[in-house]
Design a protein around this ligand. Structure first.
Ligand code: PEP
Ligand code: MN
Length: 360
């Protein structure tokens, strides 16, 4: 899949603004609920209405979606409000029904993206479509699997493709429902800068109080839009109650967001930026020089250990270094997580260098 400017063009071709805002309930519940929410989102920054019609639930017994009847409600909501309609599809049957009901945007959910067979069947069913198809990241932090899903659509001659970053499962509980792992989305964006990237702060946070902050972070990283679960009565929603916001709360979130430009041509901005970037480049060079020197010392230590037949790994010393550096880092405003990652990488590289000496 080569980079292809056409892929970004759908935002314009479909007359969609930047940033794109998709909003609506986790699940369509009743006709009245769908119409009420859609009416409140009409004439706002929202261009697309989302609603789950078939709900993939982690365990059986929960509400699994209203099914086909919900598509009729969406058609009504579209006729009344002019909002475009988006639903999740997970099977060929879903695709057929969504197309029959002229749904505008189809998205592939995180639990489907993990399964290449399922994605391939969906891609085959959508072959040559002009609809917009969005691919959520898989639940597991696997960039190749996400890219693979997009490639299957691309190879089926589907041109209007976008991706949704909805975070990744972790076994250990964190403050997020699904850990954002921003680097994975940034890597995707670097590799395919022409595929629009949307943030799903609802499924990342699982908590309506964190929606604004995560969305702002995404806009700061040049994302193209957002998909935010919005419900008329969030606390009584049939699924994902804790993360949904009301239409009024959504409008406030959108109003408060700072939309960043990709760049600014003004001379003084460019000059200031260039100066600061030079400084960063200088520090990066110094950093590498310092680390290179540190490795040379590690090699000398390696030679010494070899001579005395002492083991490379000295746990006590390593723990002392780490503790001291966490303390030092703290004073410089560097997070403990960063210090640990940074020094683990340096330590690993030192060990590699020492082993090279040992094996000489
Ligand atoms: C959803 O958008 O309602 C949904 C099920 O999301 P995900 O596939 O990200 O879990
Ligand atoms: Mn949901």
């Amino acid at each position: 899949m080569e980079n292809n400017k056409e892929m970004r063009a759908w935002l314009n071709n479909f007359n969609l603004p930047h940033p794109l805002v998709i909003a609506g309930p986790c699940s369509a519940e009743t006709e009245e609920q769908v119409l009420k929410i859609a009416r409140e989102l009409k004439d706002s920054k929202v261009s697309v209405f989302r609603a789950g019609i078939w709900k993939p639930r982690t365990r059986p017994g929960g509400f699994e979606g209203v099914g086909e009847i919900g598509l009729k409600w969406l058609q009504k909501a579209k006729a009344e409000t002019g909002l475009q309609m988006a639903v999740e599809v997970a099977t060929v049957a879903h695709v057929k029904l969504a197309l029959e009901h002229d749904i505008d945007i189809l998205w592939i959910g995180a639990r489907t993206t993990v399964n290449p067979f399922a994605v391939q069947e969906i891609a085959d069913a959508l072959q040559n479509t002009d609809k917009i198809i969005l691919v959520k990241n898989p639940v597991n932090p696997d960039l190749a699997l996400w890219i693979g899903g997009v490639e299957r659509l691309y190879n089926a001659n589907i041109k209007n493709i976008g991706v949704i970053h909805r975070g990744f499962s972790t076994y250990e509980k964190t403050k997020y429902r699904n850990n954002p792992e921003w680097q994975i989305a940034i890597d995707f964006q670097n590799k395919f800068p022409d595929i629009p990237l949307l943030i799903d702060p609802s499924h990342i946070t699982g908590n309506r109080d964190m929606i604004f902050q995560v969305t702002q972070e995404a806009l700061d990283l040049n994302y193209d839009g957002m998909i935010i679960e919005t419900h008329i009565d969030p606390d009584n929603a049939w699924s994902d109650a804790a993360q949904q916001v009301t239409p009024t709360q959504l409008k406030k979130i959108i109003f408060d967001l700072t939309i960043r430009k990709q760049t600014d041509d003004a001379d003084d901005y460019q000059q200031k930026l260039n100066k600061l970037r030079h400084k960063i480049d200088d520090y990066d060079t110094k950093l590498l020089e310092t680390i290179g020197k540190r490795m040379k010392i590690a090699e000398e230590i390696g030679a010494l250990k070899k001579e005395k037949n002492v083991a490379v790994l000295q746990n006590k010393r390593w723990n002392e270094i780490l503790e001291k550096m966490i303390q030092n880092g703290h004073e410089k405003g560097l997070s403990e997580a960063f210090i640990i990652q940074f020094f683990k990488a340096i330590h690993q590289e030192s060990i590699t260098h020492q082993e090279r000496i040992f094996n000489k």
